[in-house]
Design a protein around this ligand. Structure first.
Ligand code: HEC
Ligand code: HEC
Length: 289
């Protein structure tokens, strides 16, 4: 490139590149472009000094400002959490659901906390909407085995039912057949009797034969009219809501082999606030009493 060639029309030097007779002029870059570029370089240098920028093998350059979006989020979460904890602490001093219903912030927070705790701890047995399965009661209806008051629900959650806790709710439906307490025929008659209690069609003679057996053996828990007793966790046998099932075969199985449904105690696994929040949630699910 010994001789610089100058374009005769513009008087500008060419770069010496030529394509099909078209030559490239060697104009300087526009000033505005060049200065913008320099400014960008300056900004990026300042940025790299101040902010996290370069990845390394074990970490990254932290920058002089030590900025971390992750830490900011964590701090914001902690602040939010602390505010929530403060609100949830108020749950410890409430004695009735009325107290909570009048406190919309507390109600909202305990419902949200209760719903999420329910999903994590209770849904496996009671279903995600609390609808229950055979042997695992439906918590959506207003039929309660142990009581649906705010206090009763809390007690059930705290200490469980037939659970490994000294305060747990206890009572059992004995294995009348397996343990030889009643004869085979008596159980067959009682199945008819229990069926008749909830209005099912039953063999009238068997019902008559079973009445005195029921009066003698079953009323101490299920009541003279079979309506059950929440204090003892004995289900109402007159409604058509069954814990285990109301078909003859299931009733027979209940009477023959007994039932001992177990609900775990949560007082050591959950905090007091969490238990109260769960009780608020469960109470709201169905007909809390
Ligand atoms: C391992 C299964 C299991 C888990 C987990 C479980 N439960 Fe239960 N729950 C039961 C069973 C079984 C019963 C019925 C016990 C009986 O036969 O009396 C019950 C009964 C109840 C009752 C009493 C219902 C009534 O009609 O009186 C409430 C309230 C309840 N559970 C709430 C909860 C809550 C809240 C959780 C989560 C913290 C939970 N349960 C977790 C099995 C479970
Ligand atoms: C000592 C108290 C007690 C006595 C006595 C008793 N039961 Fe029960 N019964 C219970 C309890 C508690 C349950 C619930 C068991 C559970 O939750 O696992 C129950 C459950 C049942 C169920 C199942 C209900 C359902 O919803 O699935 C039937 C049916 C029943 N009992 C019938 C009888 C009959 C009939 C007798 C008399 C032979 C009788 N029981 C005597 C306490 C008793």
């Amino acid at each position: 490139m010994a001789d610089k060639e100058v374009d005769e029309h513009t008087g500008v030097e060419t770069t010496g590149h030529e394509w099909d007779g078209i030559k490239e002029l060697d104009n300087p870059l526009p000033r505005w472009w060049l200065y913008t570029w320099y400014i960008c370089i300056a900004i990026s240098v300042v940025y790299m000094v101040l902010m996290p920028a370069w990845p390394g093998i074990t970490g990254y350059t932290k920058g002089l400002r030590n900025h971390s979006e992750r830490a900011n989020v964590a701090a914001a979460m902690a602040e939010l959490e602390a505010g929530r904890d403060e609100t949830l602490k108020r749950l410890l001093s409430v004695s009735s659901v009325g107290d909570i219903e009048n406190d919309s912030e507390l109600l909202q927070l305990s419902m949200a906390a209760g719903a999420s705790l329910f999903g994590d701890n209770c849904a496996t047995c009671h279903g995600s909407g609390g609808q229950g399965f055979a042997g695992y009661p439906n918590l959506n209806d207003d039929d309660w085995i142990w009581g649906g008051s705010f206090a009763a629900i809390q007690q059930t959650i705290r200490y469980g039912i037939r659970a490994d806790d000294p305060e747990t709710r206890l009572n059992l439906m004995q294995a009348y057949g397996r343990d030889g307490i009643l004869q085979r025929e008596e159980i067959i008659d009682l199945v008819e009797y229990v069926t008749s209690l909830s209005g099912g069609e039953a063999d009238a003679e068997a019902v008559t034969r079973a009445a005195p057996i029921f009066a003698q053996t079953c009323v101490s828990c299920h009541g003279t009219d079979g309506k059950g007793d929440q204090a003892q966790g004995a289900p109402d046998l007159t409604d058509v809501i069954w814990l285990y099932g109301g078909d003859r075969q299931t009733i027979h199985e209940t009477l023959k082999n007994g039932r001992e449904g177990v609900m775990p105690a949560w007082n050591e696994r959950l905090t007091e606030e969490q238990i109260v929040a769960l009780a608020v949630y469960v109470h709201s699910l169905g007909g809390g009493e």
